[in-house]
Design a protein around this ligand. Structure first.
Ligand code: FAD
Length: 529
């Protein structure tokens, strides 16, 4: 009798589920009869998750969530939409760490790449992060688009190897960061993450499974890298590896003068070492302001005993600039690394006495943001709104940006909470054939500036207003910036973002690989509703 009740309850719940998404006007009836329908869910919890992201500002409800168990499931789903008389939108959701709904699909289907990853883990026959050596290209890792960078790091370290380019935070998916660029302090030297990809497997907007590289199907390859999810779902990436260092010497220097700070940053990223391994491996920079704590969730660094003297300097100057560098080394080369750092720092103009250093393991350095995340999570402060603004600024205008934005707008509004990053990168590390967009300027260097705000649920609009004021200032001052992790509301803005030539290529690639405009509608490039 009990078994009968359980069976009836299960039947009712299945029928309820199916009816719910079948009745959705936005999904075609064929979906319900296809075998992949068993991978579709629309329970409130799944729908809620798929309609939220790290930004917590946009909430677009999908009609259903898709939990693939194989790449073929993704092929079938996209094919079904492509062949349907009224196609439905599909978005891959990596970790949902976008801030403006970029991984959402209103009334469409969200592919939950996290569930895909979990499904793979349960299946012991699937090894989704595999390391190889090739006589031509050297070491590389083949990794599923749904996997996390942290897992790639741990797996490759088992072979004494590691990728060369990272993001500051490693709990992001391969597919998600490669759809943007993937930048951090390593970018000036090793390029963005998209530049260390040899090959991709992609399921296009027509439901075709294509392997692509610079040599084969290069339009798709270049389109997808930095392509904001517009041309296909990345199901595998082949990423270059190098022998992994063991340790990291990590240094922070404080400046009160922005000109001196950027001059030193530019000098450091331009210094060519005497051999392949010399020179810095990482360089970033951030603002210290009285609006925010000295240590923040991105990293705690300054000793408690020094907080007072740093804070009084902040009060005196309103803003301090913190230059952050790192040099990798192995146990046996600690003396050499100390000497090299000394040579590199000779002649720099930081405030005397404001030099801080740490020696940490390679993993501790790369995974430095995680402890801050866990702390915020335990305080319930990780899932608050994040009205972030990330920009690329031409080197020729970075001093104007400082005087107009850091010294005026930010000071006047007095609301900044969270890290503000500013660091340079070398243009020649970016491949203009890829979709990722950087300033058109002639300069060999441009800056990444990130306002990584956390706000309350009731005051995020004040941060948004500040972001708009910053953009307005740049427009008025004719600072030709580009947004990183871009979000716009009109197609005219998107055209401006890419510039006429790149936009033309972007459109051609869209018509070729996703002609029915199915993929990644949350980017609001072709689906501005
Ligand atoms: P999602 O947000 O889920 O997706 C982003 C876009 O990619 C969406 O349009 C989605 O549809 C698409 N997409 C997802 N998976 C695939 C796939 N397999 N194939 C095709 N398209 C796909 N970025 C940096 O560059 N450097 C940083 O240092 C950095 N630090 C961060 C720190 C934190 C705490 C957070 C929250 C974000 C940070 N980011 C950084 C931003 C991050 O790179 C983006 O949010 C990026 O989108 C990756 O997140 P995700 O994997 O969750 O992708």
């Amino acid at each position: 009798f009990i078994l009968l009740i359980i069976t009836i309850t299960r039947l009712i719940s299945t029928v309820g589920k199916t009816e719910q998404w079948k009745s959705s006007s936005s999904l075609p009836i064929e979906l319900s009869t296809n075998k992949i329908s068993q991978n579709l869910i629309n329970n409130p919890k799944a729908i809620e998750k798929a309609s939220s992201d790290y930004g917590n500002l946009v909430h677009d409800l999908p009609a259903a969530v898709f939990n693939p168990t194989t790449v073929n499931d993704i092929v079938s789903l996209i094919k079904l939409s492509f062949n349907s008389s009224v196609p439905f939108h599909i978005a891959a959701r990596g970790q949902g760490h976008s801030t403006r709904g970029q991984a959402m699909a209103r009334d469409g289907v969200v592919i939950d790449m996290k569930e895909f990853r979990e499904n793979n883990k349960k299946n012991k026959n699937v090894d989704n992060i595999k390391v190889f050596e090739d006589t031509k290209v050297g070491y590389y890792v083949d990794v599923g688009g749904e996997e996390l960078w942290i897992d790639v790091l741990y797996k490759t370290l088992e072979y004494g190897l590691a990728p060369v380019s990272y993001t500051d935070y490693l709990y992001l998916t391969i597919g998600g960061t490669l759809s943007n660029a993937g930048i951090s302090g390593q970018t000036f030297r090793y390029g963005p993450q998209i530049s260390s990809v040899h090959q991709l497997d992609v399921v296009t907007g027509k439901g075709e499974f294509v392997t692509c590289s610079k040599e084969n199907n290069s339009e798709l390859f270049h389109g997808v890298l930095g392509g904001l999810g517009q041309f296909g779902i990345i199901t595998r990436a082949r990423i270059a590896l190098e022998p992994a260092p063991k340790r990291v010497k990590w240094v922070r220097l404080l400046y009160s003068d922005f000109g001196a700070f950027t001059k030193d940053q530019e000098r450091l990223i331009s210094m060519k070492g005497i051999n392949k391994n010399s020179g810095l491996d990482y360089l970033e920079g951030m603002l210290l302001m009285h609006q925010g704590p000295i240590n923040n969730w991105r990293s705690s660094f300054f000793p408690l005993s020094d907080h007072h003297r740093i804070l009084s300097l902040v009060t005196q100057h309103r803003v301090l600039y913190c230059l952050e560098i790192a040099k990798y080394y192995d146990h046996h080369s600690e003396n050499n690394v100390n000497k090299e750092i000394q040579v590199l720092l000779q002649g720099l103009s930081y405030i005397p006495g404001f030099y801080y250093e740490k020696n940490v393991s390679f993993v501790e350095f790369l995974n430095r943001v995680r402890s801050g995340e866990l702390k915020l999570q335990s305080q319930g402060l990780w899932d608050v709104p994040h009205p972030w603004l990330n920009m690329f600024i031409p080197k020729s205008r970075i001093l104007d940006f400082n005087s107009g934005v850091f010294m005026k707008i930010i000071q006047k509004r007095n609301i900044t909470t969270g890290p503000v990053l500013v660091y340079p990168m070398n243009r020649n590390k970016w491949d203009n054939k890829m979709s990722a967009t950087i300033p058109d300027d002639e300069d060999d260097i441009f800056y990444a500036v990130g306002f990584l705000h956390s706000s309350g649920f009731d005051n995020w609009k004040a941060f948004d207003a500040q972001n708009r004021e910053i953009l307005q200032y740049c427009n008025d001052a004719e600072i030709k910036y580009k947004l990183y992790l871009p979000h716009y509301s009109t197609q005219e803005e998107w055209t401006n973002h890419f510039g006429p030539k790149k936009w033309k290529t972007f459109l051609q690639r869209k018509y070729e690989f996703d002609p029915r405009m199915i993929l990644a509608p949350g980017q609001r490039i072709f689906n501005n509703n």
